[in-house]
Write a protein that binds this ligand. Structure first.
Ligand code: ATP
Ligand code: MG
Length: 441
């Protein structure tokens, strides 16, 4: 209640502000009333057994208090978005902060300017900024950036996965008034990201203590504390390169199959030695594809056994060709998707003939659930998009026979969904499958 009152007071102060060469009037008095707080975009849900990464987090907090924006930089799958989500939640939720929360929070996917513009334009719309034309997203986005530079309200803009080369200035809000903060995540490391009041913080792999703490807590929280074996946890960390993403696959596998860590390690080493031939280190340009691929191959075997619908693998193949930022749950049950899944599922035999029975929405839901329990896909809420991590998607694409790709790539298009480029970030689509067939011969 008190919070509402102080927000209303701030709204009065915001009635007229000069931003750049124009006046903005974001108050309730000047037009339709703004519903505070304004939140745009989905802040990802924190992973099970979330590790706070305290040292890095302290650095980010310190930079924020000193009035510096922060860029979290690191390779794929090390946990940049997770850390950004936890920092955003900490600032957003009044119970975690003494400052009383945020008035405006924008979580923008930032792989390209279009995504940033869309998020900013939505914020401009929710703030009813005068002149923000829904038909002209670029102009509305610019108005929002100007509003941020002048407002007294507390704001946070997260630019997740900043990918385009070049200086990010155009869409980088000015936090100079001390009321706002910009936090970005990126796989880029270049000097253009530091400077201009920004602090570049590198996030790496888990420390060995974090690997062990993660495994212990994940297994304990799932009711399988007995599966945690301190003698083997470090070795598992070695084998998976202490990569958070690969460890999340491994932990989900242990929980679902109830296997001992030592057994998992034996299987993993077997898979890893096969990988020397299947995915040579030179093909792994980022260095983290191999642990993800090794843990994925084991998880796929387990999924195949658990999945009574036989749809989990075809669904995963489809997801690996789609936008890694996710697809709405409804995209998987469109007529085009159901039809593709019907023919992609292994045929059944009736009398002496093979046939492909229709796929039901219930079967799709059950297959998605299977993939979720193995941590291969994530969904933040029931209505949030279903996501496959970009590195997992790349590893999945390696397992797809190249002859199957064209038909698969057409299905998302028929759904009017964006299709991820088939070979992003140095992937060798189909090479793994081809070699796998050669090796097994
Ligand atoms: N602090 C953490 N605690 C628990 N699990 C984590 C943590 N950080 C990462 N993970 C696990 O690793 C996965 C990948 O993390 P995240 O998406 O944050 O990586 P990223 O560095 O943003 O990768 P990319 O560059 O591909 O966007 C998460 O889905 C989660 O399973
Ligand atoms: Mg990320």
């Amino acid at each position: 209640m008190q919070r509402r009152t102080s927000q209303q007071a701030r709204a009065q102060r915001d009635v007229t502000q000069v931003a750049g060469d124009m006046h903005v009037y974001p108050s309730q008095e000047s037009g339709p009333s703004v519903q505070w707080p304004v939140w745009v975009g989905d802040v990802p849900r924190l992973a099970a057994a979330f590790q706070p990464r305290a040292a890095i987090r302290d650095q980010a907090d310190r930079a924020r208090r000193e009035g510096r924006d922060v860029v979290l930089s690191g390779a794929g799958g090390v946990g940049k978005s997770q850390l950004a989500a936890s920092l955003a939640r900490q600032l957003r939720d009044p119970e975690h902060t003494t400052g009383g929360g945020l008035d405006v929070l924008v979580w923008a996917k930032a792989t390209g300017p279009d995504q940033i513009i869309t998020a900013y334009a939505e914020a401009a719309g929710q703030l009813h900024l005068p002149g923000a034309d829904p038909e002209d997203g670029g102009e509305a986005a610019r108005l929002f950036v100007r509003w941020l530079a002048a407002t007294q309200r507390r704001w946070l803009v997260v630019l997740d996965d900043l990918a385009a080369p070049g200086p990010p200035e155009e869409w980088w809000p000015d936090s100079g008034t001390g009321n706002g903060w910009v936090l970005a995540t990126t796989r880029r490391e270049d000097a253009q990201l530091s400077g201009q009041g920004r602090t570049l913080i590198r996030l790496g792999l888990y420390t060995r203590d974090e690997t062990c703490a993660y495994l212990r807590r994940r297994l304990t929280d799932a009711g399988h504390a007995h599966l945690y074996d301190p003698d083997w946890a470090g070795e598992l960390g070695d084998e998976l390169g202490d990569l958070p993403l690969a460890l999340s696959h491994a932990a989900a596998y242990l929980i679902n199959t109830r296997r001992a860590m030592s057994d998992y390690l034996t299987l993993l080493r077997d898979t890893s030695s096969r990988l020397d031939d299947l995915l040579p280190p030179s093909a792994d340009t980022e260095g983290y594809g191999r642990p993800v691929t090794a843990s994925l191959l084991l998880s796929l075997d387990a999924v195949d056994e658990a999945d009574t619908t036989q749809l989990a693998r075809p669904l995963l193949h489809l997801a690996s060709l789609m936008d890694p930022h996710g697809q709405p749950a409804t995209a998987w049950t469109t007529p085009a998707a159901l039809d593709h899944l019907r023919t992609a599922r292994p045929p059944r035999r009736r009398r002496l003939r093979r046939h492909h029975p229709a796929v039901t929405e219930g079967e799709v839901r059950s297959a998605l659930e299977c993939l979720r329990t193995y941590a291969l896909i994530t969904q933040d809420t029931d209505t949030a998009p279903i996501r496959l991590h970009a590195l997992t998607a790349r590893a999945v694409r390696e397992t797809i026979q190249s002859g199957m790709l064209p038909a698969m790539a057409r299905t998302p298009r028929r759904n009017h969904e964006p299709v991820a480029p088939p070979r992003p970030r140095g992937s060798g689509t189909g090479r793994l499958a081809a070699r796998q067939r050669r090796v097994s011969r």
